[in-house]
Design a protein around this ligand. Structure first.
Ligand code: AMP
Length: 214
């Protein structure tokens, strides 16, 4: 028996907005992913299953074929680099911006080389390098907003939605680095070897995205 078509998803904000799209495409998990501790979730379709992974790991699972398809934020895809992946559908969900931010009113920055805290090392490096600006990048895994408040960094690069988190910490957005939404991604080899199934899924999700929501 061939392996069910395997779709990698991550818990949280993206999952909440992704499951309705799969439901519209006729695919629903048999157990609630938010309450279940299972990492492999069968669906109402025996030929399709979900796997639950960390958001930043979705492209890696799909790149190496641990999953055939995945849903990942454009931020995660840019940071991963996109090797071995197609990105056929912009799901238009979890929209936000990846921004350079820092202390409110402090746009000029430090005299010397600025320190920038972020979990997006690669994107931040490439963005500053493209402008010929030298910065020191400090890798963090979360709560980037804290770094300028305690003197760990001058600036941060992080996702901004409403801007409330920045404001609540005396920070403000300076510049937009990228507009972000979640994307459907596909393993390049699976696109060839399981073309009919993968194409079917891309089309069904594409239609769900295009359908008017009530
Ligand atoms: P906000 O206060 O609405 O600007 O949201 C900012 C916080 O939520 C930051 O900690 C971000 O890392 C996180 N965030 C905002 N948008 C997203 C998104 N689309 N996906 C994941 N995290 C997000």
């Amino acid at each position: 028996m061939t392996r069910p078509l395997t779709i990698a998803l991550s818990k949280g904000r993206i999952l909440e907005q992704t499951l309705p799209l799969f439901a519209q495409a006729g695919i629903e998990p048999e157990t609630d992913p938010d309450s279940s501790r299972r990492l492999i979730l069968p669906t109402n379709r025996p030929d399709v299953r979900f796997v639950i992974v960390r958001a930043a790991d979705v492209p890696t699972y799909v790149q190496y074929g641990g999953a055939d398809i995945g849903v990942a934020g454009k931020d995660v895809l840019l940071e991963h680099g996109g090797e071995g992946l197609y990105e056929p559908v912009d799901l238009g969900i979890a929209a936000c911006r990846l921004m350079l931010a820092g202390p409110a009113g402090g746009g000029g920055g430090p005299v010397g080389r600025a320190r920038v805290a972020t979990k997006y090392i690669r994107i931040t490096h490439d963005w500053f390098a493209a402008q010929g600006r030298q910065v020191e990048i400090i890798k963090l895994y979360g709560s980037m907003e804290l770094a300028p408040l305690v003197g760990l960094a001058d600036w941060i690069v992080d996702l901004v939605d409403t801007g409330n988190t920045l404001r609540a910490n005396g920070l403000e957005p300076y510049e937009t680095i990228a507009d972000i939404t979640s994307r459907l991604i596909v393993n390049k080899a699976a696109m060839k070897t399981r073309n009919a199934e993968v194409r079917g899924m891309i089309d069904a999700i594409g239609e769900a995205v295009a359908a008017p929501t009530e």
